[in-house]
Design a protein around this ligand. Structure first.
Ligand code: NAI
Length: 411
């Protein structure tokens, strides 16, 4: 597939990469023909950031660079922001939306990394490796097989059968686990997995429980004292979702009372902000507990995939206007059109703009080959595929429409 021709020359399209973003992103941009790429290893802020962004069309960040309303407003040429991470907390999304700047992230690129660690942790727990490991480090030779089991044939209960939960389900079946799941939404079972309609039955039915719910008001303290009391037969618990889903003190009690015989916990209600801060948890030094520092999704492969995912979304947006996955401006999935010009018009979502667009089209007698619209509360996003002869006049007229935020002609 030959790359689309854009009206804005690719060699002049300044793309800024901050915070040591994966080489896979740089490779994607260069492969797509973008050569004006500026790289900085660290995060930037203040005047330095403003200067770098003054003539930038695209900025790519990880989680440290703060793209505030002030920064976004000053970066007048900015068309898109790539967050090369899972979340978008570092960007003022409302400001980006109002400025017509499209924001992408990579919410699912580390799914496999988490799923693998869940399976690995379940095997470690069922063999009581945390205790054996500690003993061996202390010079003890504990070869006893009591309470060490194979994972094959055991029942795994997945709470939250979304991207990660369903990946865990596939890996688990491949090594002989029987999979059951509970989700608040109807989810199609993969393989031989079976849905269980309530959480209590799932817990009572399974040997190992693994949590993959999002962080919402409903999931906060979902595994509180009452729910943890439903564990009675020395089951195992894995939490790699959110730190506030499990009541840690109640979990400690259940572990000490052997109602739960082991736990792998990767996320905590309070986590250190950086390497220098001390990590403390009531679960430290509790028998058969694996504690990891929120690294479920932290692998080099995940970083590589994030690089590919976000850069390809950015390239698609720059070249075709497709905004599917956008966290700011309205989402549009667009077909590719041959032998047309495509004009993008982002405007304030107020009455009158659409009728003005349509009256310009009829005034200029523009031949429309495709028209797409999506809106959110603040912003409307219109894409027009028009006959090549009509494009320049239309563009000029569109720029004059009141409440216009951004207009671009693509190809
Ligand atoms: P997802 O959105 O694809 O799936 C979540 C699933 O949970 C959905 O199917 C949803 O319907 C279900 N759900 C929501 N509320 C529920 C409830 N009260 N009870 C049962 N099911 C419920 O999310 P994804 O990508 O699978 O992520 C799951 C969790 O893993 C998130 O909390 C995310 O932050 C976390 N995560 C942790 C990482 C780590 O490093 N430990 C890395 C990546 C994600």
């Amino acid at each position: 597939m030959s790359p689309l021709k854009t009206s804005f020359p690719k060699d002049k399209m300044k793309i800024v990469l901050l915070e040591n973003i994966s080489q896979s992103a740089l490779d994607s941009f260069t492969k797509a023909g973008y050569t004006h790429i500026e790289q900085h290893t660290g995060a930037l802020s203040g005047e330095e950031l403003d200067t770098v962004l003054k003539d930038a069309k695209v900025v790519c960040v990880r989680s440290k660079t703060q793209l505030t309303e002030e920064v976004i407003t000053k970066a007048k040429k900015l068309v898109a922001i790539g967050c090369f991470c899972i979340g978008t907390n570092q960007v003022d999304l409302e400001a980006a939306n109002k400025a017509g700047v499209c924001v992408f992230n990579a919410p699912f690129s580390n799914t496999r990394s988490v799923a693998e660690l869940v399976i690995a942790s379940a095997i470690m727990l069922i063999r009581r490796i945390p205790d054996k490991n500690r003993a061996a480090h202390a010079g003890e030779w504990d070869k006893d097989s009591t309470n060490a089991h194979e994972i094959r044939g055991k029942r795994l209960g997945v709470v939250g059968y979304g991207h990660i939960g369903s990946q865990v389900s596939i890996l688990a079946e491949a090594i002989g686990l029987r999979v059951f799941y509970y989700d608040v939404e109807n989810k199609l079972p993969l393989g031989n997995a079976e849905e269980i309609s309530d959480l209590k039955s799932l817990i009572e039915h399974c040997d190992i429980l693994t949590l993959h719910v999002p962080g919402t008001k409903q999931t906060q303290n979902l595994f509180d004292e009452q729910v943890l009391n439903w564990f009675q037969k020395g089951q195992l618990l894995v939490n790699m979702s959110r730190g506030d889903v499990v009541d840690i003190s109640a979990l400690k009690e259940a572990l000490e009372e052997k109602r739960i015989s082991g736990a792998a916990i990767d996320v905590f209600p309070e986590e250190p902000k950086n390497k220098d801060e001390m990590f403390t948890s009531p679960l430290q030094n509790v028998s058969n507990v694996i504690l990891t520092p929120h690294i479920g999704g932290s692998t080099e492969e995940a970083q590589w995939n994030i690089g590919l995912d976000v850069s390809s979304k950015l390239i698609k947006y720059i070249e075709s206007g497709a905004s599917l996955g956008s966290k700011s401006i309205p989402e549009l999935s667009l077909p590719k059109m041959e032998d047309t010009h495509r004009i993008l018009h982002i405007h304030k979502n107020v009455s009158g703009v659409l009728s003005e667009i349509n009256s310009i089209i009829s005034k200029l007698d523009v031949n429309i080959l495709g028209q797409y619209l999506s809106t959110n509360l603040e912003v409307g996003y219109v894409v027009l595929d028009i006959s090549k002869n009509d494009s320049l006049d239309t563009l000029k007229e569109f720029k004059r429409i009141d409440h216009t935020i951004k207009v671009r002609i693509l190809y």
